[in-house]
Design a protein around this ligand. Structure first.
Ligand SMILES: Nc1ncnc2c1ncn2[C@@H]1O[C@H](COP(=O)(O)OP(=O)(O)OP(=O)(O)O)[C@@H](O)[C@H]1O
Ligand SMILES: [Mg+2]
Length: 305
């Protein structure tokens, strides 16, 4: 087992950030940790990377305890913290040498050449970190996390703030690295988790509320279906919520809505009836496959707007 978390609780002052969390991740898995702001993702990652201790419970990485054997753990993990803290006055290669020496890496120059190649930093390698664009700084953050070839990677929002091109490249890089490593990464981008991960763990208010294969995520919200509906005329969203079987309504554009409804009703028939009774013209009425977004919104409904 690469990561084993048993009954971890973390309290900051009065605030319970993690509440009896248990989680096991096998070697070679790529796991996406999803949750709204303040759910406890970074806290869990900080505990796994030995940055902070938990109040109770046990966290293990590669069989070593994060509290009592933290040097063993640190040598086996690569950690990219949430805000990617770097020394902006250092040059890229200088910084990677500095990190490499901390890990006591042999043939360090050769490893730096490899890691620069892998993370696509070659064209910017002679610059100061402070002079790099955000995407390239993110690559430096990833390079320092991989430099010692760790078995486990803990990446806290590795793609946050990247433009679409950089985002795809960094995602591909994570997927490539994930072929031989265990990766736990947090993200707010649901499509990214669907694209990159084998498994998704959803956390809310310090508790794990769902854990399953990304491909089987639909099963987590059995009993619900999603319908896209559009009207020519302006309508009141509250009226939509009153339709029989409707659970939630979200406006997706002007005059178009996404409706989550119980499978117990024939929702398309109900919506058609609603349009007819109110003299409305339907411009769209399609059933949609549930996606991770629906699961996430349903499970964390109290925390999303
Ligand atoms: N050092 C701290 N002192 C006090 N409270 C903290 C501290 N760090 C985190 N918290 C609280 O713990 C809870 C969990 O925070 P955490 O940073 O783990 O959330 P997160 O899931 O990473 O959120 P985000 O998506 O915004 O990064 C939050 O309510 C936060 O305010
Ligand atoms: Mg966080």
């Amino acid at each position: 087992m690469s990561i084993k978390v048993t009954d971890i609780t973390k309290i900051y002052g009065q605030q319970k950030a993690l509440d009896s969390v248990s989680l096991q991740i096998e070697q070679g898995e790529i796991v996406g940790l999803l949750g709204p702001n303040g759910a406890g993702k970074s806290t869990l990652m900080k505990i796994l990377s030995c940055y902070i201790p938990s109040n109770s419970g046990k966290a293990e990485v590669c069989g070593f305890d994060c509290n009592s054997q933290n040097l063993e753990v640190r040598s086996r993990i690569g950690y990219l913290p949430e805000s990617n803290p770097l020394y902006h006055d250092m040059f890229v290669v200088e910084y990677l040498k500095f990190v490499g020496k901390i890990y006591n890496i042999k043939n360090l120059n050769q490893r730096i050449t490899e890691i620069i190649e892998l993370t696509g930093l070659k064209k910017e390698m002679h610059k100061k970190i402070g002079a790099l664009s955000k995407g390239y700084r993110q690559r430096v953050g990833l390079a320092q996390a991989f430099i010692h070839d760790p078995a486990v990677l803990i990446l806290d929002e590795p793609t946050s703030g990247l433009d679409p091109n950089q985002l795809v490249e960094i995602r591909n890089l994570i997927r490539k690295i994930g072929e031989s490593k265990t990766v736990l990464f947090s993200s707010h981008i649901l499509q990214e988790v669907e694209a990159v991960c084998d498994r998704v763990v959803i956390i809310n208010n310090g508790k794990i509320i769902a854990d399953g294969k990304t491909s089987e995520i639909n099963q987590l919200i059995q009993g619900e279906e999603s319908v896209l509906v559009g009207f020519k005329e302006a309508i009141d969203m509250e009226a939509l919520k009153k339709i029989k079987g409707v659970l939630r309504v979200k406006e997706t554009g002007s005059g178009s809505y996404k409706i989550a409804a119980t499978k117990d009703e024939n929702i398309t028939e109900e919506i058609y009836k609603f349009a007819k009774e109110n003299n409305l013209t339907l411009t769209q009425l399609n059933k949609e496959e549930s996606r991770l977004e629906d699961v996430f919104q349903k499970l964390t409904a109290k925390n999303v707007g």
